[in-house]
Write a protein that binds this ligand. Structure first.
Ligand code: ATP
Ligand code: MG
Length: 337
């Protein structure tokens, strides 16, 4: 506070006495309903339901907390729903520090049909954020970041927020020597990648949108992670239901990896990407080797699909899955450059 910003450092540090911060600008109350034989236009009763604080960054924070990592969740929270988000996080013992906004935070509803396995999501449009509120958030994040090793930006933006906000914050955080991770889609992601974040982790569809074409085979996906690096990301990961493809900097050089897991039947696959990211971040934070970070991320993603509620993982289940995951180094001629 008040002190001049330190000189930019080319390589972000990760010190154990610093925390992980997750940013959720469009935080929500997530309602997951289990409805057998769900049919459009009919009246149903739920057989199971769960209401929890959500939004991608919040889900990542939940998984990180379960994995025993120090995490603070921040973002915007508004109205009665915003109060509920903060209360639920506090109840779950997830440290949080949100900027309160004038408009009401969203409630998102997902319907899981255990009979057909289908998942239907209905996400509310969400609040509009004023320029002054956005400015307050920026100040808060940069203040919190002084005690942070990693900042994770995950999920969509509320209305009124500039699409370049993640990009701008990534640049600011790098000046403080903080590692940044971005998982979102569309214009905010396109701009963020160009701000040279430490890691991006889109899923296949999001990655196709980013590089501007569809992937037809394994080679296309490997080329795409390299393209994401060329666009600006230092490390790029594309998640898939059967694992991930990544191009990471190893000993100062790019190395491509393919991580494979046998896809299994999901109770609820929503939020698998958030659990993946939390696992990857946790492993990276504790100093694991790059390929082990990927393995741990995939184990967390795969474990999370076995229960309702995004970001809910069971660490012992994660440990059991690790042995079933195959990590291969992909040698490509272009990698040698
Ligand atoms: N059916 C499945 N079986 C095993 N692992 C899965 C399955 N679905 C997802 N995963 C794991 O979870 C990780 C993330 O999956 P995916 O790419 O589907 O996430 P996503 O589309 O970003 O999800 P969301 O945005 O809802 O969080 C993958 O790396 C994968 O290993
Ligand atoms: Mg995702």
């Amino acid at each position: 506070m008040g002190a001049a910003a330190p000189e930019p450092r080319p390589v972000a540090h990760e010190e154990r006495d610093r925390v992980i911060i997750t940013v959720t600008l469009n935080a929500a109350i997530d309602k997951s309903l289990s409805v057998p034989n769900f049919r459009i236009g009919r009246r149903h009763r739920t057989v199971e339901q769960r209401t929890m604080a959500g939004g991608k960054g919040v889900n990542v924070a939940r998984s990180l907390m379960t994995l025993g990592q120090p995490v603070i969740a921040t973002g915007f929270a508004g109205g009665a729903t915003g109060t509920r988000i903060v209360e639920q996080l506090t109840q779950e013992q997830i440290l949080n520090d949100f900027v309160r906004i004038g408009e009401e935070s969203r409630t998102n509803t997902s319907v899981h049909d255990p009979t057909s396995g289908s998942e239907t999501e209905i996400n509310e449009r969400g609040p509009a954020v004023t320029e002054a509120e956005a400015e307050l958030f920026r100040d808060k994040l940069l203040y919190l970041a002084r005690g942070a090793a990693i900042v994770v930006f995950a999920g969509s933006l509320p209305r009124g927020v500039e699409p370049g906000i993640y990009a701008e914050l990534v640049r600011d955080l790098h000046k403080l020597g903080v590692t940044t991770m971005v998982d979102c889609e569309g214009e905010p992601m396109r701009l963020a990648v160009r701000a040279e974040p430490t890691v991006v982790s889109p899923n296949v569809l999001e990655a196709e949108e980013l590089v501007g074409h569809e992937f037809h085979d394994e080679q296309d996906r490997v080329t795409a992670v390299r393209q994401l690096r060329e666009l600006g990301a230092r490390d790029a990961i594309i998640t898939l239901p059967d694992g991930c493809v990544a191009s990471l900097e190893v000993d100062g050089r790019p190395a491509a990896f393919r991580v494979l897991i046998e896809p299994r039947e999901a109770v609820a696959a929503v939020g698998a990407g958030d659990a993946f990211l939390a696992g990857y971040v946790a492993a990276r934070y504790t100093g694991s080797a790059p390929e082990e970070c990927l393995r741990f991320g995939v184990a967390c993603g795969a474990e999370s699909i076995q229960r309702l509620g995004a970001g809910r993982i069971e660490p012992r289940g994660v440990e059991r899955l690790l042995a079933e995951i195959d990590v291969q180094r992909v040698e490509t001629p272009a990698e040698a450059l």
